[in-house]
Design a protein around this ligand. Structure first.
Ligand code: ZN
Length: 383
C-alpha cells in the first residue's frame, strides 16, 4: 500500500508573473538590462522572459494529474500570516513586501521582481510549509511535498534576492521551532545554488542544522564556502558542500552518505526539511543530475527520516527552470515519497563532484563529531 504524500499547491501562485525586459518601463534601467545580459548572455532582450515563470509549477502539476500517483493527497493551504513571516524576516521587510501588493517592480538588480499577484503568491508559498508541518505534527501523514513559487532560499531576513521574496523553508523551520516546539530542525538544501538566505537566518542558531550542497562560488550567489560554519552558539551548525560544475547523481548520493546522514545521526533532528531545487538537472543549468538521482536520494532521505524522526519530512520546491526537468524530477521524487521503487541510477563514467564531497566530509568531520543533539527544552514555544 502506498505511503500518503501530502501535496501543497495553490493556483494563485501562478499569479506571480514578473515580465521580461520591457523598454517602456522607466524602472527597468540600463543597470537591470546589463544584469540580464550578464546572467543570460544568450538571451535576446526583445524576447526575454523572466526564467522564474508560472509554467514551472504547471509542468509539475500537469504531470501529477496526467498519471496520478497512489498515496498523493492534494491539500488546501492558507497564506502565512505576518506573525509567521516575522519569525524569519524583519517586520520592516515584511511590511515592505506587503506594500508591493498589486504592483509591478524590480526589487534587486539580480532580476528579482514582482507583478501584481506576487505578494499573494509569496504568502501562499510560505504558508505551504506551515500547513505541511502542522499536518505532519497532527499525525495526518509523515511526508509532504510543497509545489511553490516564488522560491525562498536566497532571501535573508531583510531583503528580496535571487527570485525570492519570503524564505519559505526558513519560515517553515521557524514555525517548527516556535509554534510546534521542536527543539532540533535539520535542513538540507540541495538546490544548485547556495541557499544564502537560509544560511544567514540560522547562522547563529544551534537548534537549526543547515547542510547546503551547491555549485561552488563564483557561481551565483557567490557564497557557501566550506569556512562558513556558523557563528556564536550556532558555530558548527552550518555545513556547506561546494561542488564543481558538472556534478552528477553519484555526487548527490555521496553528499547524502558522507555529510547529510552522519550529521543527522549526530544531531538527531525531530523533523527533516529539504530545500528541493531541480536546477542540477542536466537539462537545466551547469550540473549533470537527473530524475533518477533525485528519486534515489529521496528514498535515502525517507529512510533517514524513518530512522531518526518518525518519518517527519517536508520537501519544498526551490529552483529549477527547465519545464521538462522540473516535471520529470518532481514526479520521480513524489513517486519515491509514496514508497514506489526507484529506477536504476544513471551514473556518469567520471563524476567530477566525488573529490569535492570527500574534501567537504573531511573538512566537516570534527564539527559533525561535535554536533550536540540540540538544546532540549529551549524551544521557546509561543503558544
Ligand atoms: Zn537554484
Amino acid at each position: 500500500m502506498a505511503t500518503t504524500v501530502l501535496i501543497y499547491y495553490d493556483f494563485r501562485m501562478l499569479g506571480h508573473n514578473p515580465h521580461g525586459w520591457d523598454p517602456g518601463r522607466p524602472e527597468w534601467t540600463d543597470a537591470v538590462k546589463a544584469m540580464i545580459e550578464l546572467q543570460y548572455p544568450n538571451s535576446n532582450l526583445d524576447t526575454y522572459r523572466h526564467p522564474e515563470r508560472p509554467e514551472r509549477l504547471t509542468a509539475i502539476v500537469d504531470s501529477l494529474l496526467l498519471e496520478p500517483i497512489d498515496g498523493v493527497r492534494w491539500m488546501l493551504l492558507a497564506p502565512a500570516s505576518a506573525t509567521q513571516l516575522e519569525r524569519a524576516h524583519d517586520a520592516a521587510y515584511v511590511a515592505h513586501v506587503e506594500s508591493l501588493d498589486g504592483q509591478s517592480g524590480w526589487l534587486a538588480k539580480d532580476t528579482t521582481a514582482v507583478s501584481p499577484g506576487s505578494v499573494t503568491a509569496a504568502r501562499l508559498a510560505a504558508g505551504a510549509g506551515i500547513g505541511a508541518i502542522e499536518a505532519i505534527a497532527a499525525g495526518e501523514a509523515r511526508r509532504a511535498f510543497c509545489i511553490v513559487r516564488p522560491p525562498g532560499h536566497h532571501a535573508p531576513a531583510d531583503r528580496a534576492r535571487g527570485f525570492c521574496l519570503y524564505n519559505n523553508l526558513a519560515v517553515t523551520a521557524a514555525h517548527a521551532r516556535k509554534a510546534l516546539g521542536y527543539d532540533r530542525v535539520m535542513i538540507w538544501d540541495l538546490d544548485m545554488h547556495h541557499g544564502n538566505g537560509t544560511e544567514a537566518i540560522f547562522y547563529d542558531d544551534p537548534n537549526v542544522l543547515v547542510v547546503d550542497s551547491h555549485c561552488a562560488a563564483p557561481f551565483y550567489p557567490g557564497s557557501g564556502l566550506l569556512a562558513e560554519t556558523g557563528a556564536g552558539a550556532g558555530a558548527g551548525y552550518n555545513l556547506n558542500v561546494p561542488l564543481p560544475v558538472g556534478s552528477g547523481n553519484a555526487t548527490l548520493q555521496a553528499v547524502f552518505e558522507q555529510v547529510v546522514r552522519p550529521a543527522a545521526r549526530a544531531f538527531r533532528p525531530e523533523i527533516l526539511l529539504i530545500s528541493t531545487g531541480f536546477d542540477c538537472h542536466y537539462l537545466d543549468m551547469v550540473c549533470a543530475m537527473d530524475e533518477t538521482g533525485y528519486a534515489a536520494v529521496t528514498q535515502s532521505i525517507c529512510a533517514l527520516a524513518d530512522e531518526l524522526c518518525d518519518g517527519r519530512l517536508v520537501m519544498m520546491l526551490e529552483g529549477g527552470y527547465n519545464a521538462k526537468a522540473l516535471a520529470d524530477s518532481a514526479y520521480a521524487v513524489i513517486e519515491a515519497l509514496a514508497g514506489n521503487p526507484v529506477s536504476a541510477l544513471n551514473v556518469l563514467p567520471d563524476d567530477p563532484g566525488a573529490a569535492a564531497v570527500a574534501d567537504a566530509a573531511t573538512f566537516h568531520a570534527k564539527a559533525i563529531g561535535a554536533l550536540a543533539p540540540g538544546q532540549a527544552g529551549d524551544a521557546n514555544t509561543e503558544n
